[in-house]
Ligand binder design. Structure first.
Ligand SMILES: [Zn+2]
Ligand SMILES: [Zn+2]
Length: 425
């Protein structure tokens, strides 16, 4: 029997409202005791004084780029980045090549992921090739193991198709996660449309491009009384619409990403494509509205939209594809920009990053329950570190927090009972 004892940790489990200083014992990778004092002379002991142990993080929006774009990332390297960020479960998006629109591709991913450092869940495509032309065989995708549906990277353009998918998904036990964007309004835009884009003379993407998508999907959820999950909320107007819809009882949930609560379009003045993503970094007013949405429960989860691209692709400001990586910095960004300024408690942050997304996806994660293989993260909530993209664990370097001093450092990640990351090793 292999025993591992984390001693004197602050144990924080949002799923059970546990918050106490105590010991945590793993036996053969399973949580045996959580809290209190443990005597185990034959255990390997880690002194966790001053550290926090929490459920492994759940990142419900990740691009693993595999199959088809493995020069950017692959399933194994993406999960290595996850482990380094304390993420033990993730949902991967279907805009691969081929797109995840057949049972074979779902199985390819799940098969390769069985060797990876994180639990991988699959969001399969809603339409064939993400082209908004023809609905996939959703039941077959579910049968193959997909838990969610999305055309992420793009919206489902035709509302009738989207409505059909949203109506079919609950019966299949799947969650539709929607990239909200009016492609007509966003066409040609490289950054947020506003004072900075005008100053730079760069074509912009208005809030309305995101908001039209958000409004449509809320309307469909309301009309057919089915759930919808809104991805990467960035605009103050979308936050307001989601808040209003929730008040009226619409089954809408939402996520935002760390860059939307911490950064603004002012960064685009550097004409650095690493700061280009979809939706784009918005204004300070939008950033504050996103934070208010996190505080009042309008936004349910924090996900990264981890979107690796090679340095060559990101070299040209106007030609570069959208997206930035984020799994290795998400916890620290949350601590730095939400917990340190007193906007959220650490427990609230961890709920948004573990328990809440697990509940939305209905996956077994986001908890420190005993008697099962452990998924957990141990981190120092006070340690400061400067983000050096060269030291990250994925394949790509397009990190929005590059060069920034962040607070909060992952020390140890255990996934499925196995140590998958240890700081300094
Ligand atoms: Zn998206
Ligand atoms: Zn995405």
């Amino acid at each position: 029997m292999e025993k591992l004892l984390l001693r004197h940790a602050r144990i924080l489990d949002p799923s059970s409202d546990l918050d106490q200083i105590g010991d945590l014992l793993l036996v053969d990778g399973s949580l045996q005791q959580v809290g209190g004092t443990v005597e185990a002379s034959d255990a390997q002991v880690i002194d966790a004084s001053g550290m926090v142990v929490a459920p492994g993080l759940v990142d419900m929006h990740v691009h693993l780029r595999d199959p088809g774009f493995t020069e950017k990332e692959d399933i194994l390297t993406g999960c290595r980045a996850a482990a380094a960020g304390g993420v033990t479960s993730l949902l991967c998006m279907p805009n691969t090549k081929p797109a995840i629109d057949t049972p074979e591709t779902v199985r390819y991913i799940l098969d390769k992921a069985s060797q990876a450092d994180a639990h991988v869940y699959v969001a399969a495509a809603i339409t064939k090739g993400l082209q908004s032309g023809e609905l996939d065989d959703l039941a077959a995708l579910r049968e193959a193991g997909a838990v969610a549906l999305s055309d992420d990277g793009r919206p489902v353009v035709h509302s009738r198709l989207m409505a059909r998918a949203m109506q079919a998904a609950p019966e299949l036990g799947m969650r539709v996660v929607s990239h909200c964007e009016d492609l007509d309004l966003s066409k040609g835009g490289l950054m947020n449309e506003g004072a900075v884009s005008r100053e730079l003379g760069v074509p912009g993407v208005p809030n309305a491009a995101e908001d039209c998508g958000t409004a449509r999907d809320i309307a469909l959820a309301e009309a057919y009384q089915v759930p919808i999950h809104i991805c990467h909320v960035s605009s103050r107007t979308s936050v307001a619409m989601i808040r209003d819809a929730k008040r009226r009882g619409v089954q809408v949930t939402a996520e935002t990403a760390p860059h939307y609560f911490s950064l603004t379009d002012a960064l685009l003045r550097a004409r650095d494509a690493d700061f280009r993503m979809s939706p784009p970094l918005r204004t300070e007013v939008d950033r504050l509205a996103v934070i208010e949405g996190l505080r009042d429960g309008t936004i349910d989860a924090i996900a990264t939209d981890h979107a690796p691209h090679t340095p060559q692709e990101k070299a040209d400001f106007s030609k570069a594809p959208n997206g930035s990586i984020g799994m290795e910095t998400s916890l620290a960004a949350g601590i730095t920009y939400l917990v340190k300024p007193g906007l959220l408690t650490l427990r609230e942050l961890l709920r948004l990053m573990s328990t809440a997304p697990a509940k939305i996806l209905k996956i077994p994660a986001g908890t420190l329950e005993t008697s099962r293989p452990a998924d957990l993260v141990l981190f120092d909530p006070e340690e400061q570190w400067t983000v050096d993209p060269e030291k990250l664990h994925g394949k790509s370097r397009n990190a929005v927090f590059k060069g920034r001093l962040l607070t909060g450092r992952v020390k140890l990640t255990i996934c499925g009972g196995k140590i998958v990351y240890r700081d300094g090793e």
